[in-house]
Design a protein around this ligand. Structure first.
Ligand code: MF3
Ligand code: CO
Ligand code: CO
Length: 301
């Protein structure tokens, strides 16, 4: 895999457009970035599945149900609601629509002592980056929370998430949530045949860093549809023109996780909950996308 750190000279202008020399700008960070081929979460030995028309139709339906479930959450969520209640709503409405919640019992047999995910939805509150487990805590004025829904309908997966702001929050917190959504949309704008995964990651990284936020490195978007997590890994940082080229009928998610402070994260003792190391807030938005002949179809919109 080509990276800017091994293709750009130290004294060249930085790829981010800052006008600074590369060595004074993104070189140190690029050297820390693990090439995608070495990342531990990369699905090993699996190829990108180009979907057939029949599969696309099935995934489209599953994605539309995912969107409907998020709309249902959006109508009901508010101060005083517990994340367990959100889990119950998503669980029962998913089943009522003839589908299954993909997170429930996901990860069995993955890792040594890791328990399967115990709930039907991920609820990631404040400093939680992703994979938060619903519990009895109720949402409070000033919280921000991501609700991440994945359903399996007739064997096809759809995956999307949104942020919700509970009551009033400081201006900078609202900016984090808004900029993260803009990052997702700027990433989507890069989706068309012949553009690369690096074009997506770069658009996201440049926008987040322009606003003084950081991009989480340890989790990525992913191919989706026939399985929950397929190749390729869709990094939310990178350099233009680098990485895998996009092809018609690829289906993958873009799901940037953007932090108010540093990008470092750690996973709590439950084996799932990923939080910011410095305790600052984190936001995330996710859509499932289809690469079309001329561009993109947002399947979860
Ligand atoms: N929905 C998450 C994603 O976007 C994955 C959740 S895995 C779970 O990839 F087990 F935590 F549900
Ligand atoms: Co996803
Ligand atoms: Co998701």
């Amino acid at each position: 895999m080509k990276t800017a750190a091994n293709t750009t000279s130290r004294n060249d202008p930085c790829w981010c457009g800052s006008g600074k020399k590369y060595k004074k700008c993104h070189l140190p960070a690029d050297q820390k970035q693990v090439p995608a081929s070495k990342e531990k979460t990369k699905p090993k030995g699996r190829n990108i599945i180009l979907k057939t028309e029949e599969q696309i139709e099935g995934i489209r339906k599953s994605c539309q149900l995912t969107k409907d479930l998020l709309n249902m959450v959006e109508e009901r969520i508010g101060e005083g609601v517990t994340t367990n209640e959100i889990d119950e709503w998503v669980h029962s409405e998913t089943l009522a629509n003839g589908a299954l919640p993909a997170p429930l019992n996901y990860g069995r047999g993955q890792g040594r002592q890791r328990m399967p995910f115990p709930k039907s939805v991920c609820t990631s509150l404040n400093e939680v980056i992703c994979h938060g487990i619903p519990n009895s805590r109720s949402l409070q004025h000033g919280d921000i929370v991501n609700v991440d829904v994945t359903c399996v309908l007739n064997g096809y997966f759809g995956d999307a998430s949104r942020m919700f702001i509970i009551g009033d929050v400081p201006e900078r917190t609202r900016e984090l949530v808004d900029v993260t959504r803009e990052c997702l949309n700027l990433g989507i704008d890069q989706v068309r045949p012949q553009n690369t995964l690096g074009d997506i990651g770069n658009a996201i990284q440049v926008h987040a860093e322009k606003h003084g936020f950081s991009v989480v490195r340890d989790f990525a978007g992913h191919g989706v549809g026939i399985e929950f997590h397929e190749a390729p890994q869709v990094l939310h940082y990178g350099q233009p023109g680098v990485g895998e080229a996009l092809r018609e009928n690829m289906i993958f998610t873009i799901e940037p996780m953007i932090n108010m402070g540093g990008f470092e994260c750690k996973v709590l003792g439950d084996g799932w909950t990923a939080v910011t190391v410095d305790g600052t807030l984190s936001a995330q938005w996710e859509h499932t996308l289809l690469v079309t002949e001329n561009g993109v179809e947002v399947l979860t919109a």
